[in-house]
Design a protein around this ligand. Structure first.
Ligand code: KIV
Ligand code: ZN
Length: 515
């Protein structure tokens, strides 16, 4: 059996800290319940001494959540640690996470007061004493104490080892090695973890944890480098939210370990099918949208659109997919129809929505599909149905709209010019109207010499966005026969003209011709 890597989720602490939205206790509990379903090993629920609300949220989560350990954050000061102790008291598996700065920059910047020493050397001694005292105090409340050596990524390794050795002796069970500023690169961070494994005398008594920030876009890569070099806990957030550019995205690290188990040789106990749901919940709760191209949980993570990819994917999924969408909670892969989708992708989607076309019909539909796709980012199923209707079902009709021109505006009289093929003959006509749609209908009536009355006219957007296809239905009556014509286009005036012509064709099919 491969080694297990523990997953420590800090969405509710490091993640929420940066969201620009504070969650209330109840909202945090909802997220914590979902994290428990995801089967994370540790939930960092908050920073109890930071505010009464944070204290209440940690306390509530500690009380309600079974399964994961519930962890609370503190600085290496008694006030914070005592608050953590009280907040996690009711947890089945409580953990306190305490720590202090370890890089020269942090020590000189945050502990500049002379009470910590006057030189860097003196301050470094003080830091180790405070760290040890903090761990010892935390151990009076809980058996599971995680120590963070803040800004390890920019620290001097020999000093870091010294501090880690001291806190293990004081009772720390987990050592968090944060790359607080996202400064490290994978080889270097991996070497730092390897150094800790090799040089810290009592390291066999603690688990090494990686906590990487994403300032250079390397949080996930650094976390994985840490695992390769002996870390057995990863820390991160759902969707990678967090301070500045965020933390390592839990879903990315876990799926990398799982998909490339052949390479990493470790496993987690995460219920990966819960990723999509968890991502959506966190995004909704914190009002932080997930980019479409985000790995694992983005809307396009399992979408294929270019002709070559779609063709290969439809022949054999593995040609362009290394994970199954179902494994992260999506129902299926998606073929997004765009101007780059080839005929194979179009045929497949048409069959899925119920249209089996001949090669000739497919070619014809494809040409029209390209025209629509050029105007829209994505062509939806509703658009396709309208295209097939226009191109295939209407093709054999009596009237066919060839050309349409509209003149309209705030101070212009709406005028429409149309050219129609009527049983193969080309005819042109023009009319003015109360508005552009009225002008078009009148122009078509003039050309077809139709006496049909427009009883009802409806327009609706088939899909969303200003470039959406509009569908028009026109209810016509002539010689006691009533029909409904349909037309669709990204241009609603054109859709109106098509609907009117479609209605006239249906009347013609019923024997009401005017030609
Ligand atoms: O990034 C960091 O150093 C942290 C610590 C408080 C664990 O979030
Ligand atoms: Zn952090």
């Amino acid at each position: 059996m491969s080694d297990k890597v523990q997953v420590f989720d800090t969405t509710l602490r490091d993640g929420e800290q940066a969201a620009g939205t504070r969650l209330g206790s109840r909202e945090k509990l909802t997220v914590a319940k979902q994290l428990a379903r995801l089967k994370v090993d540790v939930i960092e629920a908050g920073y109890p001494s930071s505010s009464p609300e944070d204290f209440a949220a940690v306390e509530l989560i500690a009380q309600e959540i079974e399964g994961p350990s519930i962890c609370a954050l503190s600085r290496a000061v008694p006030f914070d640690i005592e608050a953590c102790g009280r907040a996690v008291k009711r947890a089945r598996r409580p953990r306190i996470h305490t720590g202090i700065g370890v890089s020269d920059i942090h020590i000189m910047g945050k502990f500049r007061d002379e009470k910590y020493g006057t030189t860097l050397g003196e301050k470094k001694v003080t830091m180790i004493r405070m760290a040890v005292d903090a761990v010892k105090l935390a151990r009076q409340y809980v058996n599971d104490v995680e120590f963070y050596a803040e800004d390890s990524g920019r620290s001097e390794p020999a000093y870091l080892y010294e501090m880690l050795e001291a806190v293990i002796d004081a009772g720390a069970t987990v050592l968090n090695i944060p790359d607080t500023t996202g400064y490290a690169v994978p080889e270097q961070y991996g070497a730092l973890i390897r150094g800790i494994k090799e040089k810290v005398r009592n390291i066999d008594r603690a688990i090494i944890s990686v906590h990487c920030h994403n300032d250079l876009g390397l949080a996930v890569a650094n976390s994985l480098a840490g695992i390769l070099n002996g870390a057995r806990q990863i820390e991160g957030t759902i969707n990678g939210i967090g301070e500045r550019a965020g933390n390592a995205a839990v879903e990315e690290v876990v799926m990398a370990l799982r998909t490339r188990a052949d390479y990493f040789g470790v496993h987690t106990d995460i219920e990966t099918k819960e990723f999509s749901r968890t991502s959506k919940l966190v995004s909704d709760m914190l009002g932080m949208a997930v980019p479409a191209n985000k790995a694992i949980v983005g809307g396009n993570a399992f979408s294929h659109s270019s002709g070559i990819h779609v063709d290969g994917f439809l022949k054999q999924r593995e040609t362009y997919e290394i994970m199954r969408p179902e494994d992260v909670g999506f129902t299926a892969s998606k073929v997004v129809l765009t101007a780059r989708t080839g005929r194979a992708g179009l045929r497949d989607r048409l069959e899925k929505i119920g249209f089996t076309l001949t090669q000739e019909e497919l070619d014809q539909t494809y040409q029209r599909f390209l025209l629509v796709a050029d105007k829209k980012q994505e062509v939806f199923d509703e658009d396709l149905a309208a295209i097939v209707h226009d191109e295939i079902h209407v093709a054999t009709d009596t009237y066919h709209l060839d050309y349409l021109h509209i003149y309209s505006g705030t101070s212009a009289i709406p005028t429409a010019t149309v050219r129609l093929r009527v049983n193969g003959d080309s005819r042109e006509g023009a009319a003015i109207g109360d508005g552009p749609v009225d002008a078009v209908c009148k122009a078509i009536s003039a050309v077809t010499k139709s006496s049909a009355k427009l009883l009802r006219y409806e327009i609706r957007a088939l899909t969303s966005g200003t470039e959406a296809m509009g569908e028009v239905t026109a209810h016509l009556e002539a010689e006691g026969r009533r029909v409904m014509g349909r037309g669709a286009s990204t241009d609603v005036i054109e859709a109106s003209a098509k609907a009117y012509v479609d209605g006239l064709n249906k009347l013609a099919n019923l024997g009401v011709t005017t030609v």
